[in-house]
Design a binder for this molecule. Structure first.
Ligand code: ATP
Ligand code: MG
Length: 654
């Protein structure tokens, strides 16, 4: 084991006050986990009946085949329900006047609260409005919106009337939007005149107009526009309608559509870190059970807690943990229109104080960008309301974990490092705050019903402490059922690499305590002079250097070693690039991990290419490192394509 691994195997024990008060302590975890895998039928029958209001109860719990000739995944298949009714209607009796959504605007002076009763009424009206526009059960509705309450209303209204929503992140370009409308055959687009983010307006309606000029789009009938800024927009009378006009006319009495458990709830395209995004399909019953149970236990959610997930509704995290999970559990969910560092880096902590947030769930990219600002992100704030912190999206480097734990959480709040994917529907590997001792950088143990395994490249299951390809040997209720319109791609992508197993595409290490450490995507694994190394470990060593903000590691062809180690680095505020610093960083990694991990090339750069959800796109960095600039592949999911030009210039000039 390397020094870096040892250093990161520091353990933070469960706090006694947590073990006493949390839903799940360690004994309970072990007992329930055991039950969930030994008797999944009994376990999920009970959970699904307790958590969800079924219109017609189910008899059959599961019906699953992972056989690559016949991949077929069904949960609770003979039951019926409605997801929106589970998020709204059933809470009206006990919490009609309780806040459902706290909305925080881009402008720190702007906010709004919406009660369950108000949300129910707006969703009902909009459900009727959609019906008036010809939307029927099974139709696809594309939602391309800023982070405003109407985005949540639109999603829930679709669910209410049985339409399948396909949310496209509001930061995507007209081309990316067009591709997703075409792929999903959406009938309606719901958008806003403009979005507002970090003080700038985003021309959402104009982007829709441009997307719809693509001749390949034939399915689209109407564009529904929410007035957010009142800015100037073009208008097509035959096609465009104002949300506000529809709502005014619509009745607040909207009967719910009775959905079979396996009827689609939504399509969502993956982030596109590794290639062309996939239209991941989720269905209704299993997804709702998974959203509810994971949200309650992972975040130890109790009645009245104020819970803030910073993800955009355009990502799966925004679906499961901003909307469906918290609302299914009758919770209070914070929705923010802005970004964590606008107008300054203390914004996130200020919002925590302002709304007395108890639970904060964010991404390593946000944590690292705040960390680069030193103490400024917490200046003048107390954060005393916080009880729990969460992380999702990428491996969190131990250094960033410690900063999150100490600086944001004042060493008081457990950190749940939650590993999961768009395809898994919800959290899979994670600590539970009252049950699991934490190790910075490790996603720790599987959630109930999750059966991970590590396999070698031939698909042999490996036992004990080892490295391998991360697979799931059995199904869980929140699992994706297909790639929309392309079941064959679903089978090929997830079930053909290792027979009879779901392949995650990620690599992981399991330690002596059975804890999982995600080492990165298996496509990114380096093979240096015969040594296999994950990108996460070298990146974590880099980020542990006091001058480094972020790092991304890729392999590139190397005559002697097979693969050389190429490191891209961004620096903390106030640090300057130099050859001496590059040498210092090289020596640093060498002494932290060992000679085998010594970087061959270090490129200090102003920025890294990231997806719009903030993940580093290593596949592009790999191409640049290999000088294959003209074969970058799909870069439409990049947040800032100009970063790529800078990187290529730097690469060519070295
Ligand atoms: P695409 O599948 O299109 O390449 P993507 O995999 O980035 O995009 P998502 O479903 O948003 O799309 O991300 C899931 C991936 O994010 C996981 O497979 C994993 O690589 C990474 N990930 C998420 N959470 C964690 C975590 N806590 N620790 C380590 N990695 C994580
Ligand atoms: Mg993926």
């Amino acid at each position: 084991m390397t020094d870096q691994q040892k250093a990161s195997e520091k353990v933070y024990r469960v706090k006694p006050e947590y073990a006493d008060s949390a839903w799940i302590n360690n004994e309970k975890y072990l007992e329930m986990y055991q039950q969930s895998v030994v008797n999944p039928d009994g376990f999920w029958r009970e959970q699904a009946n307790e958590r969800i209001d079924w219109i017609k109860p189910f008899n059959k719990v599961r019906n699953v085949s992972f056989d690559d000739h016949n991949v077929d995944i069904r949960w609770f298949e003979d039951g019926t329900l409605n997801a929106a009714a589970n998020c709204l209607d059933r809470h009206l009796e006990t919490r009609a006047d309780q806040t459902a959504i706290i909305w925080e605007g881009d402008n720190p002076e702007e906010d709004r609260t919406i009660t369950y009763k108000e949300l129910h009424e707006e969703v009902s009206r909009f459900g009727n409005a959609l019906r008036s526009q010809g939307v029927r059960k099974g139709d696809v509705v594309c939602i391309y919106m800023p982070m405003i309450p109407e985005a949540a209303v639109a999603m829930l209204a679709c669910a209410r009337i049985g339409a399948i929503h396909s949310v496209v992140f509001g930061g995507f370009s007209p081309d990316a939007l067009a591709g997703r409308i075409e792929d999903s055959n959406a009938k309606i687009v719901i958008t806003a005149d403009e979005g507002v983010r970090a003080g700038r307006s985003i021309a959402l309606k104009a982007n829709v107009d441009e997307a719809l000029t693509h001749p390949s789009i034939r399915s689209l009938e109407k564009v529904i526009v929410v007035k957010r800024t009142g800015g100037d927009i073009a208008w097509h009378d035959a096609r465009d309608v104002w949300y506000e006009d529809l709502i005014k006319l619509a009745s607040p009495n909207c009967p719910v559509e009775e959905m079979a458990a396996e009827d689609p709830l939504f399509i969502l395209y993956t982030s596109g870190s590794t290639g062309k995004p996939k239209g991941v399909l989720h269905t209704t019953g299993g997804y709702m059970v998974w959203a509810s149970i994971t949200h309650q236990y992972v975040f130890d959610y109790h009645d009245g807690d104020v819970y803030w997930c910073t993800a955009d509704v355009g990502w799966i995290t925004g679906h499961t943990y901003l909307l469906y999970g918290p609302l299914a559990n009758g919770g209070i969910t914070v929705m923010m229109e802005s970004v964590p560092n606008y107008p300054n880096s203390a914004r996130m902590a200020q919002i925590v104080d302002k709304h007395q947030v108890n639970i904060l769930y964010t991404a390593p990219t946000a944590i690292r960008s705040l960390m680069a600002e030193g103490k400024a992100p917490v200046e003048g704030t107390s954060r005393s309301s916080l009880r729990l912190l969460g992380s999702v999206g990428e491996p969190i480097n131990p250094e960033a974990w410690e900063w999150y734990y100490k600086t944001i959480g004042d060493e008081r709040c457990p950190v749940v490092d939650t590993w999961w994917q768009t395809e898994t529907g919800g959290i899979m590997i994670t600590p539970l705050p009252g049950a699991t001792d934490m190790k910075p950088g490790s996603a720790t143990r599987p959630f109930f019903g999750v059966q991970p395994a590590l396999v070698d490249n031939s698909g042999m299951i490996l036992e004990g402490a080892t490295d391998g390809n991360l697979v799931m040997v059995d199904s869980w209720p929140g699992q994706s059922r297909s790639v929309y319109g392309d079941h064959e791609r679903f089978v090929q992508t997830y079930f053909s690499t290792f027979r009879g197993m779901y392949f995650t595409g990620d690599g992981a290490r399991r330690d002596e305590d059975g804890y999982y450490w995600i080492t990165g995507r298996v496509d990114d694994v380096l093979n240096v002079s015969g040594h296999r190394m994950g990108t996460a470990e070298i990146e974590s060593a880099m980020v542990a250097h006091s001058k480094v903000a972020e790092a991304a590691v890729v392999g590139y062809p190397h005559d002697i070693k097979g693969q050389g180690i190429y490191v891209y680095v961004t620096l903390n505020a106030g640090e300057a690039a130099s050859d001496e610093l590059a040498k210092e960083l090289r020596d640093w990694v060498r002494s932290e991990i060992g000679p085998v991990a010594t970087p061959d090339l270090i490129q200090i750069t102003p920025g890294l290419p990231k997806t719009r959800s903030g993940k580093i796109m290593r596949r592009i960095l790999r191409k640049i490192a290999a000088n294959e600039h003209d074969a970058l592949g799909d870069i439409s999911t990049l947040a800032d394509p100009t970063v790529v030009d800078t990187l290529i210039d730097q690469r060519l000039n070295r």
